[in-house]
Ligand binder design. Structure first.
Ligand SMILES: Nc1ncnc2c1ncn2[C@@H]1O[C@H](COP(=O)(O)OP(=O)(O)OP(=O)(O)O)[C@@H](O)[C@H]1O
Ligand SMILES: [Mg+2]
Length: 294
């Protein structure tokens, strides 16, 4: 778990993060959402320690990075995987060499161990067939997958992804989102994803932090996002006609559910007789209950 407490960050008198407090949970895809320029990247870079915040605290499972010396911070960075905007692969290296690179830099593993580990991660993102290709020879979605493999090669406890879907079509974006979520669950990683893609929000938003003009304006799950009462969030989400329609449909089904008479889901005991509900009739009416025991 990563906790951010009262984080403030300014650049030349321009306060970008205004007293942000939030929690990012372990084993979940935590999303930071908000309009362009709202401060998502500054928040993420502050959490990673690339920006030093002016005041406040950032705790990685209780470890306060704001009071860490450079050496401690470097050690903590070994536990962090990063996927920044654009996949930032090295063009002069093959896909396999790119993924192996952090192992070359930061570990004492043998060459054989490093190749095995890099191949394992590439297999996990379904790129075993592209080991020897260069980044220029693979598609944008494959480049993202290779970058994800590189981000997890050191077996990180924390994974940061800034706009992982930028430049990808909706279907490929969905696959990347699902891959990030699967890896998060499989390896119990605290994952933080910056996005302004509403499809990602609805797909993998297990814990969503909405930033508006440098402040945390709302936090919740994808199931709670349709009914927040938070005006800037509503403006952000329902900017497109598609999501306006989805909201109407969501409200319709919600209202219908609350006006329908409650149905018994388990055995109901009435007087001395047990009744069990049976399947609905095709016209929506419930069949009369059957006596199943006495
Ligand atoms: N290094 C910097 N120096 C000065 N100002 C900065 C710096 N980095 C970011 N800012 C300012 O902080 C504000 C928030 O920027 P940030 O990059 O966090 O936005 P964002 O929410 O990530 O936007 P986008 O969705 O476009 O990526 C902007 O006004 C930006 O100009
Ligand atoms: Mg950004």
């Amino acid at each position: 778990m990563i906790e951010v407490k009262h984080a403030i960050k300014s650049f030349d008198g321009n306060t970008v993060l205004k007293d942000v407090s939030t929690t990012f949970e372990t084993g979940k895809t935590n999303l930071i959402i908000g309009q362009s320029g709202s401060g998502k990247t500054v928040l993420m870079k502050s959490v990673v320690g690339i920006h030093r915040i002016d005041s406040g605290e950032i705790l990685y499972d209780g470890r306060n990075i704001t009071s860490m010396k450079r050496k401690e911070l470097n050690a903590l960075r070994r536990e962090i995987g990063m996927l920044f905007q654009g996949s930032a692969l090295f063009d002069s290296m093959s896909v396999l060499e790119n993924v192996k690179f952090p192992l070359d830099m930061f570990t004492e593993m043998t060459e054989e161990e490093k190749i095995d580990r890099a191949k394992f991660c590439l297999e996990r993102v379904e790129l075993s067939h592209a080991l020897d290709l260069s980044p220029a020879e693979i598609s944008g979605g494959m480049q993202k997958r290779a970058a994800i493999a590189r981000a997890i090669v050191l077996n990180p406890k924390y994974l940061f992804c800034d706009e992982p879907n930028s430049g990808l079509d909706p279907k490929t974006s969905l696959l990347i989102d699902q891959l990030i979520q699967d890896i998060t669950h499989e390896f119990n990683i605290t994952t933080i994803v910056n996005t302004h893609d509403m499809n990602s929000v609805m797909e993998i938003g297990e814990n969503i932090v909405f930033i508006s003009k440098g402040e945390k304006a709302w936090q919740g799950t994808k199931d709670e996002i349709f009914d927040t009462g938070c005006e800037p969030l509503e403006d952000f989400i329902f900017a497109s006609n598609l999501y306006k329609e989805i909201k109407k449909a969501h409200k319709f089904f919600h209202d219908k559910e609350s006006s329908d008479p409650p149905r018994p889901k388990t055995k109901v005991k009435i007087s001395d007789t047990d009744y069990e509900p049976v399947e609905d009739e095709p016209n929506g009416d419930q069949k009369k209950t059957q006596v199943v025991s006495k």
